[in-house]
Design a binder for this molecule. Structure first.
Ligand code: AHR
Length: 514
């Protein structure tokens, strides 16, 4: 059993052994802190879906809403604050219907298109390749482009690659220059299709593996190795998909993805509302989010069969909670509110990704604005930061930091005969400082946790903040945008190498120590 698995086994042994209400303890293994937490775990996803792009990010330069060359100014400022490392676009399901040439050239000459997957909206294509790649430059994110495999061609993909990345005197690069962009953009990731088992072509893994080999070959050739080619991964726990792709096409990709969405009820046909839910759905939302650990463990184990050195990264390039849409909104636009529960889902998911940092090198929450577990919601000229936004902001200290393996002994939070850990946590070191993030999952009881920091020679807390809310289902609305927001935290003490923290019910705290 390797060290990580030993830690995980011990973790579960402790969880099962401790009676409810027992004191929580966290030991940090400073001597085995080696693995970097890839900053791309804090990645995002922006699809042409509902009001994510149009209205959310892009209003056009003639809008009355304050904007910078068409991008909403308030959104740009809020996104810059998060240090978004990577942004995936244009889908999602939309990507396999998207023909990039419709979205370049003079705006008045771009054809309108119908968004077949998402509510049948008619789009004017005013947001296309230039607008996306320029946005990435403005917010400092690396672009992750999803190529159209489902209804596109190899020719269409390689011309797009040339258009975006070539600095030579060839037709596609020259067309880009005519359209106002002299230098190529620095595209870092290219997805070879999206959900090819479903909306991306309804394919079997054997058939997709062959397409992956074909598209990857030409993507590598035309891209000159400038970007990573991402193989479209499994639908949640479809481990056979991963097995077939690894066996047949591991050498034809630079990373493999997987998608997993949390459904609080576990029933895709009856997901439940984003707000106003009871403690049963708070609990089951968290429990189903914690499944991410089993999911990445099992996909990684399958990958280990073909790649024991873990050279091929696993990218969770869509994740988050998916609820019913807000009443009165278009069902195909996936506009949902976001509560304190969802902030905790984000925190525990990051904790899991950190534990799997060796294999999980990127994750992209779905989605950045106005769709699913969004960072930001907009309504005309108003915008609100969601509880999930605040967790991303509190956790950004872990980007590219060195993961410190944790051994967590925690009591249980129980409901309806089921139990999950009451406390979840993670720690990392960067620039001589240690950041510890702790979450209390219990809906109603505070939790005290002792963190053994002696081996890290940590003697003082430099700063601390906590995110909590009046209720586990509290959220930020346009009328009351600051119901859930981080505040300075002081309910801790540090003495003789032990940091003792009292976490309020349903809360996330981050403490920086030296
Ligand atoms: O994020 C919404 C949709 O979920 C994406 O378009 C698709 O890839 C997934 O099914």
């Amino acid at each position: 059993m390797n060290r990580k698995n030993l830690f995980i086994a011990l973790f579960f042994a402790f969880v099962l052994a401790l009676p409810a209400g027992a004191q929580n303890k966290m030991n940090l293994d400073f001597n085995n802190a080696e693995q970097t937490i890839n900053k791309n775990i804090y990645g995002h996803f922006a699809e042409h879906l509902g009001r994510c792009i149009y209205d959310g990010i892009w209003v056009g330069p003639d809008s009355d809403i304050p904007n910078v060359n068409g991008y909403r100014k308030d959104i740009l400022d809020a996104l810059k604050e998060l240090n978004i490392p990577v942004l995936r676009w244009p889908g999602g399901c939309f990507a396999d219907t998207y023909h990039w040439k419709d979205g370049v050239g003079p705006k008045g000459e771009r054809p309108k298109i119908k968004n077949y997957f998402w509510g049948g909206s008619i789009e004017d294509n005013s947001f296309g390749t230039h607008e996306f790649l320029n946005l990435c430059e403005m917010i400092g994110a690396d672009p992750y482009i999803s190529a159209n495999v489902g209804s596109g061609t190899v020719t269409e993909m390689v011309e797009w690659i040339e258009y975006m990345t070539s600095d030579e005197d060839i037709p596609m690069a020259n067309w880009r220059r005519e359209n106002g962009r002299e230098e190529p953009w620095d595209v870092k990731f290219l997805g070879i299709g999206n959900e090819s088992w479903g909306c991306g072509g309804d394919m079997r893994p054997e058939y997709y593996s062959d397409l992956l080999r074909q598209y990857s070959l030409y993507a590598g050739l035309y891209g000159g190795g400038k970007f990573d080619r991402v193989g479209c991964g499994a639908n949640g726990g479809d481990y056979n998909w991963t097995d077939v792709l690894m066996e047949r096409a591991a050498r034809n990709m630079d990373a493999l993805s997987v998608h997993y969405y949390t459904i609080a009820t576990g029933d895709w046909n009856n997901k439940s509302a984003a707000t106003g839910f009871g403690e049963d759905l708070y609990f089951s939302g968290l429990k189903n989010a914690l499944f991410m650990d089993e999911l990445v463990t099992k996909h990684s184990n399958v990958m280990d069969k073909y790649d024991p050195e873990k050279n091929l990264p696993l990218l969770v390039d869509e994740w988050g909670i998916w609820t019913d849409v807000e009443p009165g909104t278009e069902p195909g636009h996936l506009f949902q509110q976001n509560s304190m529960r969802d902030a905790l889902i984000a925190a525990v998911t990051f904790n899991i990704f950190h534990q799997h940092a060796e294999r999980v090198q990127m994750a992209n929450i779905a989605q950045v604005v106005n769709v699913l577990q969004a960072m930001i919601l907009t309504e005309e000229d108003k915008m609100v930061l969601t509880p999930t936004y605040h967790v991303f902001n509190m956790y950004k200290v872990h980007q590219d930091a060195t993961y410190i393996p944790e051994l967590l002994q925690t009591g249980s939070y129980k409901m309806g005969g089921e139990a999950i850990p009451a406390v979840s946590g993670t720690a990392s070191r960067k620039d001589g400082k240690v950041n510890i993030s702790l979450s209390n999952l219990d809906a109603t009881k505070e939790q005290v946790i002792e963190v053994d920091v002696e081996d890290g020679n940590l003697t003082k807390v430099l700063s601390a903040s906590v995110l909590t809310a009046p209720d586990f289902n509290s959220y930020n609305s346009f009328d009351e945008p600051e119901t859930v927001k981080p505040v300075e935290f002081s309910d801790f003490k540090i003495k003789k190498g032990v940091l003792t923290v009292t976490l309020p019910a349903h809360s996330v705290a981050t403490l920086q120590l030296q």
